[in-house]
Design a protein around this ligand. Structure first.
Ligand SMILES: [Zn+2]
Length: 259
């Protein structure tokens, strides 16, 4: 079964077979997404995706439980724009640590840090090892920004160039047009590549292999990195469908791994 933690009763959670359960802890953000998207974009996309998985998918490998979502993450890079909320790294570490500890306390053995914001990725990877060591949890980090998760889904859909999918971009705007078109202002959407100092170099780029520790207004004037003007609701719907199917396969593989 697939459920949200907060919709189960105490006794239902107590009775779950912990050897056949995965808990996914959704990590998102509340931060500026250019002039055309709401600050809750990362949170809304992740929450919508979870709703769609619960409504439309089956999990044959036991129980897939989505813990209450963190709506705020580590977004201090975006504080130079209005509306961004952020935890300091130490605070955020402590919050994830405490909730993971509580999940382990109730007997669960597998935890997926289920992340929709690129600024959380380093924290998720760092804390995953501490949670393994301190609580004995098997911890998996799912991240769609610094992996090839969207690559197949974007094939045949992505029309923008090399920097078109990054932040408040063709991908995120398409997903928002599908999820909450009432909150998207396409007349305000602008495309912007990263600043020249992070573009055209051989090694120091926004994709690595050498990453600079930047804040958002070092990289973009508009707050956008990418090409939201290429976004459509139809692309967003296809991308949600793609993500739901692929995530079920990913969670199924996690169910089969024991270490
Ligand atoms: Zn985002």
């Amino acid at each position: 079964m697939i459920k949200r933690w907060e919709e189960l009763t105490r006794d239902e959670i107590g009775a779950l077979d912990k050897d056949k359960s995965i808990v996914a802890l959704p990590l998102s953000a509340t931060e500026q997404h250019g002039a055309h998207l709401p600050v809750g974009t990362d949170a809304i996309i992740l929450s919508t995706l979870i709703d769609k998985i619960i409504e439309g998918e089956k999990f044959e490998k036991g129980n897939l439980i989505f813990a209450p979502q963190f709506l705020i993450g580590k977004s201090n890079e975006h504080m130079c724009f209005p509306g961004t909320l952020t935890f300091k790294a130490k605070t955020y570490y402590s919050m994830i640590y405490d909730i993971a500890g509580a999940i382990a306390h109730h007997g669960f053995k597998k935890l997926v840090l289920f992340n929709s914001h690129g600024g959380n990725t380093d924290m998720a990877n760092l804390i995953s090892r501490d949670l393994r060591i301190d609580f004995g949890l098997q911890v998996f980090v799912f991240d769609w920004w610094f992996t090839d998760f969207w690559a197949d889904g974007l094939k045949g859909l992505k029309e923008s160039g090399m920097y078109g999918v990054f932040h408040a971009c063709e991908l995120e705007t398409s997903l928002m047009l599908a999820a909450r078109p009432d909150l998207v202002y396409m007349d305000k959407a602008v495309d912007e590549d990263p600043a020249d100092c992070f573009k055209g170099d051989k090694y120091v780029t926004v994709f690595g292999p050498v990453n600079a520790g930047w804040k958002t207004n070092d990289v973009t004037k508009s707050g956008v990195i990418g090409a939201p003007t290429f976004a459509t609701a139809e692309k967003g719907k296809k991308l949600f469908d793609y993500a739901c199917k692929k995530l079920i396969n990913i969670f199924s593989e996690i169910a089969d791994i024991n270490y």
